[in-house]
Structures are given as C-alpha cells and as structure tokens.
Design a protein around this ligand. Structure first.
Ligand code: ZN
Length: 299
C-alpha cells in the first residue's frame, strides 16, 4: 500500500481497492477518514501507519459499512483514538443487536459472525443538522448525503478537499458493478444531484478516484444507477414476488450466488432497486393469493 498526497495536509492510503484519506495534524499525528476492510486490508494499513510512524488520534467515518469501519475498534484499541460519525450510523454499529436491526433478514448468529467486528464505540456523534465538526482542534465541514446508507456524510478537510465516501463511484467501479448498492436509492439519487453545487479543490471517491471536477462523474453516476434500475424493470413481465424477480435478475445479470451471505447481499441490493421503481411510480404493489407482488404500472 502507498500514500498519495492529495493537497496540503490531506493525504490518502491507496489500499488497491480503496482510497482511505487522512489528515495530518502534525508529522506524527493523523485523523483517518474511514478505516477500510478488516479482511484483506488491516495488515497493509497497519504496516503503512507503522512505517511512517503515524499515531492515529481520531477516526471520522463517512458511514458504517463493513469496508469503511472494518478497523475502527481495532485502531481505537491500539492507539486509544476517538471515533466520530453521524449519529444514526453510530447507533447501527453500537452493538450486535443494533446491527441485527439493520441487517434484518439475517440471523443474529450470522450477523455476529460477519459483522461482529464492526461494533464500535463512537465518541462524537454528528447530528443531522450539524454542518461541521471539530476533532483534535481540526475543523471539518460535513455534507449530509443520505441514501447509500441512512446517514452517509461527505467530509471536507481544511485543505478544501472533499471526501465523497460512497456518495459517488468511479468509472472503474461502474465498469464492473452489476447492481451498485444503495440503501434507499431514491434518496441516494437526490444526494447525488445535490453534489452539483459543490465547489472544492479536490474530490476523493472511496472506490476509487481523485478528481478536480466531479460534474460529469455525477451525471454519469446518476445515469448508471438509473440504467441499472431500468434493467431490473425490464425483467418484470408479469405480477411477480421479490423472489420471482430475483430469479430472473440473477440470470440476466449473470450473478452467481454460491453462499448464504452472497444471497443476502444480492437480495438487499435488488430490493433497493425494486423499491426505487415503486417510488418513481414505474411499479405497483398488489396482493395475489396472499403474496405481495410487483407489477408494471402501465399508466
Ligand atoms: Zn458503503
């Protein structure tokens, strides 16, 4: 893994899959914006921190997904650092039971196995109406971009660098993504549209890119998610249950599901696209033989 300079005191760790930005308080002390995956990234991140003699003083998270908070508790224990994130995200990862509330379709046993390491204690909760936060004397601007996760935030460092987290995805990810994830796609689309107003020096997208201007990327993201939703829509040719839709979609999108965990992931992703199609009135809900079915809205 290597360190890239973004601007001023803002840098990022390139893990290969992800950019993890950090802000240098001084030569030794840093504030990390997200902490990456446990599996596959922890060792490399630790090695890079140690090689540079960095002490992590704080972690400021964009959202509480497994690939963004995977090393929160580990680093908190190691460096005795503080953790800051949006209040609702902090609540989700505050206990295994709260994770179970969020990952509702999975059993508690599986939640503990797959997500147990995500449990962390947040020291600074960022409220919905809060537009900046001071951490170790450094002031970060906060832009609330719900949708990808319930209380996702973008973070702007004092160097005028905006960390977008997963509010946008890069062209590289778009090339490979079959159904990119959004918790509430309609809200995510609104948040993406809000980004047109931004005017910062640099933008860092977690998976994975660095840009001086993001206007085209925003439009291309919106078109991409929209086109994925339309492909799901095209798969619905009669009144179908969510499982019926899933059967057709995994075939059409060439998605291979070979374990229970992958099944849950795909089910969650598909549901957000189906919900979106309902929100934009492309689909109707009906009851048939006691089952909830989705049908195209022909009006
Ligand atoms: Zn995410």
């Amino acid at each position: 893994m290597e360190i890239l300079k973004v601007k001023g005191n803002t840098y990022c760790i390139d893990t290969g899959m992800t950019y993890i930005p950090f802000y240098k308080i001084n030569d030794e002390e840093i504030i990390m914006l997200d902490t990456g995956w446990k599996n596959g990234e922890r060792e490399g991140i630790e090695e890079v921190l140690e090689r540079n003699n960095f002490k992590v003083r704080a972690i400021l998270n964009s959202h509480a997904h497994i690939d963004h908070i995977g090393n929160n508790t580990y680093l908190k224990n190691k460096y005795n650092c503080i953790i800051a994130m949006a209040a609702y995200e902090a609540n989700i990862c505050s206990s295994e039971v709260n994770l179970k509330v969020f990952y509702g379709s999975q059993t508690l046993k599986e939640v503990k196995e797959h997500f147990g390491h995500m449990v962390c204690k947040t020291d600074i909760s960022i409220a919905e109406d809060q537009d900046n936060v001071s951490i170790c004397g450094v002031n970060f601007k906060i832009l609330h971009t719900p949708g990808h996760s319930p209380a996702h935030i973008c973070i702007i460092t004092p160097d005028d660098v905006a960390y977008m987290g997963d509010a946008l995805i890069s062209y590289e990810v778009m090339k490979g993504a079959k159904m990119p994830y959004a918790y509430i796609l309609s809200e995510d689309m609104k948040s993406k549209a809000k980004l047109y107003d931004l005017n910062y020096s640099k933008y860092v997208v977690a998976h994975k890119g660095m840009y001086d201007d993001i206007k085209k990327l925003i439009s291309d993201n919106i078109d991409f998610y929209e086109s994925r939703a339309m492909r799901v829509y095209e798969a619905i040719d009669e009144a179908m249950t969510i499982e019926d839709i899933m059967k057709v979609v995994i075939k059409r999108f060439h998605i291979r599901i070979n374990d229970v965990y992958k099944y849950y992931v795909i089910e969650r992703m598909l549901k957000s696209y189906v919900d979106y199609l309902y929100e934009i009135e492309k689909l109707n809900l009906i009851m048939e033989d006691g089952f909830l079915k989705y049908i195209k809205n022909e009006n």
